[in-house]
Structure formats: structure tokens, C-alpha cells
Design a binder for this molecule. Structure first.
Ligand code: SAH
Length: 213
């Protein structure tokens, strides 16, 4: 796969589009401007890679819309070397954005096919997560907790308690909550039992599923 000047041009346009939609974090915009999103999509769909749209990947899943990736990442307020847990590795695009911003990334995927494909592919194009895990995101990753940030990239029917429990004090959980349509929700841990909740409007994700494989 090649990353050409034409791709870079399309990426610059995409960055303009999502910044016009309200994304202001320069580090987020910088990551989206530098990561070749077309590498994350099957070869037949290269023309779609730089539209601000979600797109089908393998195993009936989707690569999230760039604006949504940017919106969720902005809410995390990442600083270099923050320990971040992602639920729903999928294509690995969001994982790459987090790596590019200097986070130490742990990412869980429950579809074995996607887990295998993305685990091989991400390091090949230079994005090294701390750990990619085949497992159930509802449980989080207790052995690596606490996290500075947790990002869920599938629609959660409810907020899994383990994810709140695995946040450090001051940490942020970004999770789309709901069935057909999800409300983007941010929890900030203020103390051992104290969570602040903020809501940010409607988004649509593929559903977060339990008990597969
Ligand atoms: N971040 C991905 C988005 C993929 S879509 C990207 O940018 O491409 C959501 C992903 O969540 C899918 O790959 C799906 O298989 C995964 N998923 C769904 N339920 C899950 C669960 N319980 N645990 C971990 N991953 C899950």
C-alpha cells in the first residue's frame, strides 16, 4: 500500500471538514492528518477513505466515522504516556490515533478474525499498542488497571461497572450509551465513589456484544 501526495491532500481536506464541525484539539487533528486511513480499509474502497463517513470492515463491523473518532478522542484529553484502554479494536484506526498521540494503548476486540488481522497489521505500519487483547470489553482489563482514559467504540446498552471501577481518580471514560441510537457520555472519576457525568448528543455505533467466541 502506498501513501501518496494525493492521499495527503485528501487528508488535509478531511481535517478541515472535522475542524469545521467543531474539533479544536490540535493533537487530535494532527493525528487524523497524518494517519493513512486508506490502509485500514479493504482495497476496493480506497476512494471512501477520506470521506467523513463510517465504513464496513470485516466481520460485519465498521471503521468509525473520522468525526466520531476525533470527538471521542478529544473528550479523553490525552497527554503523552497516558495509559488508555480501548474497547473495540476493530480496524485499529482509533488505536492508531491514540498511539500517534503518545498514549500507552491497551485495546480489546471480541471478534477473533478482526483481532488477528489488526494485531498483524498495526505494527506493520508502525503503530505499536502496548497490548492488543482478544476478549470481552464488558470486563475491561483488571490486570492493567487503573487507566487514565477508557474509550468504548461500540454502542453500549448500559455502562459496564468494571470500566468505571478501572478508571484512576481524575480518569475519563468516554462511552456511547443506548440501544438504536447512543448518547455520547463522559464520566470523570472525582474520587473513589464519586463520578461526574456529562452527555454530548446522539451518535450511531454497531452494538457492543456479550459472550461471543
Ligand atoms: N475502533 C474501531 C471501531 C470498530 S466498530 C475502528 O476504528 O475501526 C466496534 C468494534 O467493537 C467491533 O470491531 C466489534 O467487534 C467490537 N466489539 C463489540 N463488542 C465488543 C466487546 N464486548 N468487547 C470488545 N470488542 C467489542
Amino acid at each position: 500500500m502506498k501513501d501518496t501526495l494525493k492521499h495527503q491532500g485528501l487528508r488535509n481536506k478531511l481535517v478541515e471538514t472535522i475542524s469545521a464541525k467543531g474539533i479544536t484539539d490540535e493533537n487530535v487533528l494532527g493525528a487524523i492528518g497524518s494517519i493513512p486511513r486508506h490502509f485500514f480499509m479493504d482495497s476496493g474502497f480506497l476512494d471512501y477513505a477520506y470521506q467523513d463517513k463510517a465504513f464496513p470492515i470485516a466481520a460485519d463491523q465498521t471503521i468509525s466515522q473520522p468525526y466520531t473518532v476525533a470527538f471521542q478522542t478529544e473528550l479523553l484529553q490525552i497527554k503523552p504516556s497516558d495509559k488508555i484502554l480501548e474497547i473495540g479494536t476493530g480496524s485499529g484506526y482509533q488505536t492508531a490515533v491514540l498511539c500517534k498521540m503518545g498514549a500507552k494503548v491497551y485495546s480489546i476486540e471480541r471478534q477473533h478474525e478482526l483481532f488477528k488481522k489488526t494485531s498483524k497489521f498495526l505494527p506493520k505500519i508502525g503503530y505499536r499498542a502496548k497490548k492488543l487483547i482478544f476478549g470481552d470489553g464488558y470486563k475491561g482489563l483488571p490486570e492493567e488497571a487503573p487507566f487514565k482514559g477508557i474509550i468504548v467504540t461500540a454502542g453500549a446498552p448500559f455502562v459496564p461497572k468494571p470500566l468505571l471501577a478501572q478508571l484512576e481518580v481524575g480518569g475519563r471514560l468516554v462511552i456511547p450509551v443506548g440501544q438504536e441510537v447512543q448518547t455520547m457520555t463522559l464520566f470523570i472519576r472525582k474520587g473513589p465513589k464519586d463520578f461526574e457525568k456529562h452527555e454530548f448528543g446522539d451518535f450511531r455505533f454497531v452494538p457492543m456484544l456479550e459472550d461471543k467466541n
